[in-house]
Ligand binder design. Sequence first.
Ligand code: ZN
Length: 242
Amino acid sequence: MLVAVLSDIHSNLRALEAVLVSIGSVDAIWQLGDVVGYGPDPEAVVQRLREAGAIGVRGNHDAAAVGDLSTEDFNADARVAVEWTRTHLSEETRAYLAALPEVLVPDGFDFTLAHGSPRDPIWEYLTDTRAARENLSAFATSRCLVGHTHVPLILRQKGIHMEGLDVDAEDRLQLDERRAILNPGSVGQPRDRDPRASYLLVDTAAGHATWQRVRYDVEATQEAMLVAGLPPRLARRLSFGV
Ligand code: ZN
């Protein structure tokens, strides 16, 4: 089975469309949350993902956008974007986002999906090996897929510890008996100084995972954000991948 793993799309329709073209034909699309927030096209992004048959979990921005999470812990720009998003969702899309689970194990797969981490799906940023090790007891499958940091990363078992491996575009990881937590990076707002949309392709038969980067029309997204009245700083950062 060929599975595309998308995270942190953040209402960036142009980035999502470019990624869907790049993906081509796959057996499944999994999304790791923060479908909305920051970007200018929340409604269209959710509809496009649903059309593509994606399944997945919700992130902190999705929860806040449907009123299930206070925006107190969001920074000022993110809060403005969440509040804007709340007024740009149809009733149907709001219900869809509200019904997304926080953790998901797709039927028949050895993968757990969560936005931040399996033990704290909405908020924890999994960036270090110690937190990764503590999280191993919070999921039962061999692999866990997380987003939230917007930075591609591999955290893998090494003896009784975990090791962290940075990821470059087109890096391929052979999946073996070691348990691992993989982050595909962000489709709609990358933060690893590469503005291209990031995603992960998992080939379960061949047993490997490959990180991919895709160029999209960043300026068109920025223009749409400014027209929508979203914070200019959120638009600018897309040029730099920060
Ligand atoms: Zn996010």
